[in-house]
Every structure is written in structure tokens, then in C-alpha cells.
Design a protein around this ligand. Structure first.
Ligand SMILES: N[C@@H](CCC(=O)N[C@@H](CS)C(=O)NCC(=O)O)C(=O)O
Length: 232
């Protein structure tokens, strides 16, 4: 197959959920790729040239041609490598549901979860409560729109599952590092189960960041942001 002979490079950053989505997509499709870790404090010339508009990771380079923005990259991968798993369902209504919930997670949940990392006291408690509320809405959405979802193999994984695992896969590290619980088996059992089943897949284990490394990163990052805010 033409695509299988092609050269693929991913410019990413180990802790980035955006970069993680692309890594998962490449692994799921069985695409061989080179990985370039970028230092976002000191961006490389090549990153700036590859993504001159946003100067952000991830960037996928396919046979010398760069593609930026994680969602655009995932669509590009699915349209270029048409082997399974396909990232979008065939049925237009199901496809619309996938797009709707992916956009909900990206726009409504991810942001508020990010705020929790650098907040303290009452402000943090408020964000945690808001994040829980939003995750509860997602829980109901998953139950209503994907009632028969089973995750047993790579073919059961599409854009929604990639988004869920990249966004929430670290929820236990969050709990350990920050002492906050946003997802749990009692209040959000469906979401909790999707995450557990996804984490059981070999492909996810291949891209998983070790929990200790992540906890350490979250704690240091939080300290740095709190110090910056205090001295501002
Ligand atoms: N909308 C972009 C967001 C990517 C993004 O925010 N990347 C961050 C790392 S997680 C980055 O490169 N930040 C560097 C900067 O903002 O200068 C996507 O979906 O790919």
C-alpha cells in the first residue's frame, strides 16, 4: 500500500493530551512513525516552520507535508489510512453524535479540568464542582447515545474514545497529585468503565505515561504556576 511506504513524523510533547490523541491514532492504524519531542519553552526552528500560524504541537509531517491541529490531523489520518479502525461511524446520525460529544469534551470539560491544576482553596473547589457537573452531563450523554458500547479491541475505538482516553486517562494521577476526584465509579460509572476498558488495550499501554512521572509533573507544574501567580 502506498501509504504504508510513506514517511511519517510526529512533533509532540509527552504530557500533551493533544499530542497523545495523535499518537493513539497512529498506533491504532498501525502506522510507523518517528517521534520528535519538542521543548515548548524553547521552540525549535522546525516547529515554527511547520506550524507558523500557531507554533504549537502536535504537528504531523507526512512525506514532507505538515498537518497541524489535533482534530485536523486525526481526520487526515483517517482519510489517508482507510484501514480499520475508522474513527467516524458510517451512519450520519451516529457521526453527528460523536462530533457533538467530542466537541463538548474539548470545549466544556477539558478547560475546567485544566483550571483545577493551578487553583487553590475555594476557587479550586468551585472548578472541581463545575467539572463534576460537566462530566455528569457527559455520563448521561454516553448512556443515552452509546448504550451498547463495548470496548474489547482496537476496532471499537474511534474519535470519541480517543478523545476520552486522552482527556481523562490521567484522572487517577490528578487525584494523586492534586487530591481532587472528578471521575469515579459511583457517580460516573459509564465514563469510568470506558476509561478502564480503553486502558486495557495494548495500544494504550504503549503510549501511556508512567503514573509517577505524571504525578510529579502535575505537582511541579502546579507549584510553578502558583509561584508565578503569587509574584505577579
Ligand atoms: N488546538 C490545538 C491545541 C494544541 C496546543 O495547545 N498545544 C500546546 C501544548 S499542549 C502548545 O503547543 N503550546 C505551546 C504554546 O502555546 O506556545 C490542537 O488541537 O492541536
Amino acid at each position: 500500500m502506498e501509504e504504508q511506504r510513506s514517511k511519517v513524523t510526529l512533533h509532540g510533547m509527552w504530557v500533551s493530551t493533544y499530542s497523545k490523541k495523535v499518537e493513539i491514532a497512529l498506533k491504532l492504524k498501525g502506522i510507523l512513525y518517528e517521534y520528535v519531542e519538542e521543548d515548548l519553552q524553547n521552540k525549535s526552528e522546525s516547529l515554527i516552520q511547520l506550524n507558523p500560524v500557531h507554533k504549537k504541537i502536535p504537528v504531523l509531517v507526512h512525506n514532507g507535508k505538515p498537518v497541524a491541529e489535533s482534530l485536523v490531523i486525526l481526520e487526515y489520518i483517517d482519510e489517508t489510512w482507510k484501514n480499520s479502525p475508522r474513527f467516524f461511524p458510517e451512519d450520519p446520525y451516529e457521526r453527528a453524535q460523536v462530533r457533538f460529544w467530542v466537541s463538548y469534551i474539548n470545549q466544556q470539560v477539558f478547560e475546567v479540568m485544566g483550571q483545577v491544576v493551578f487553583q487553590e482553596g475555594e476557587a479550586q473547589a468551585k472548578s472541581v464542582e463545575e467539572a463534576r457537573k460537566r462530566v455528569q452531563v457527559l455520563e448521561e450523554g454516553l448512556k443515552k447515545h452509546f448504550p451498547n458500547k463495548n470496548i474489547r479491541e482496537n476496532d471499537d475505538v474511534g474519535l470519541l474514545e480517543i478523545t476520552i482516553i486522552a482527556t481523562f486517562g490521567a484522572h487517577k494521577a490528578y487525584r494523586e497529585a492534586l487530591g481532587v476526584e472528578i471521575i469515579d465509579p459511583v457517580n460516573t460509572p459509564t465514563l469510568y468503565n470506558w476509561i478502564e476498558r480503553l486502558q486495557d488495550l495494548t495500544v494504550m499501554k504503549e503510549v501511556e505515561v508512567p503514573r509517577d512521572k505524571l504525578v510529579n509533573f502535575l505537582q511541579n507544574y502546579r507549584q510553578k504556576l502558583l509561584q508565578q501567580a503569587a509574584s505577579a
